[in-house]
Design a protein around this ligand. Sequence first.
Ligand code: AVJ
Length: 331
Amino acid sequence: MRVVRSSVSSRRSGTAPIGQPTRDFAREVREHLRRTPRQLPTSYLYDELGSTLFEAICRLPWYRIWRAEQALLARHAFPLRSLVRSCSSIAELGCGSGEKLAALMAGAIGGRAIDLHLVDVSATALALTASRFSGFPRVRVHRHQQVYTEGLSQIGLNRDAGRLLVLFLGSNVGNFHASEAEAFFRTVRRTSRPGDLFLLGADLVKPEKDLLLAYDDPLGLTAAFNKNLLVRVNRELGADFDVTGFAHRAVWRPDASRMEMHLVSARDQIVRIRAARLVLRVTDGEPIWTESSYKYKRRQIVTMVEPQGFARREQWMDEPARYALTLFEAR
Ligand code: AVJ
């Protein structure tokens, strides 16, 4: 099997990557900031500091997604490990620190060799996760520093004839609008063959006060995570955002069933983003929308995925945290 290596994997994620990526970042930032309302592209939250802050957020008592999912994986370790054992390839999309993957695979890997595909835009996340498997000689780790769809098409070209398990955990799906989620599930299906598995973690609708605490935590980590996007734009695109001139805001939109993160301008101000060839005039109170995190009903998770070519096999719930893991099989 061909090992797909990113051109920047040997560099630190804090430095500007070689060639294309910087130009894409500039183009995306320009395009997002010119929208009404203004936006910034969500996937760029995860540079080295952003990934580290997100890891810290996962340890906050108010952000229950990560712990709820870890608990579900542990509680259902027996059936999950036998699923893992039935697969020759595992792909994790958005691998984070790889802790869950390690928990899932510990004890499940013994005899046969397994191809482990890690897809993440963050070099930090890929390095962290890959290092967990360095002691497993039978696990071949393939890093894809790419967006999910690109990583999936690489995996489609490189996979063997055995069964594939695609993991999409942590409610990463929540960043997709409905049409994007559908297109994404179709891409997962195109990479799969009948009988392949897809495990999806998704956060459920819960009381607004719980959501606000999770996305605007009392320690201010989520605020730092959000504002770090401005720090990154300053560093990588030569911008002059005054980071203290923006406030973190989290809002629950019940009609759309999503949380939103914004950076709200504290005054009228002008920002120059050199590499994006953009001079921005933002007014007092004007928001820049940086993230959507959709929340689901448990049935909805099934009705969203099944029409794209899957059948539901299991759904495991953490009721207190309102979190669901759903296992699908490609039809
Ligand atoms: C990693 C996208 C699942 O939406 O809950 C955490 C990111 N944003 N706090 C989420 C996040 C604010 C997280 N996901």
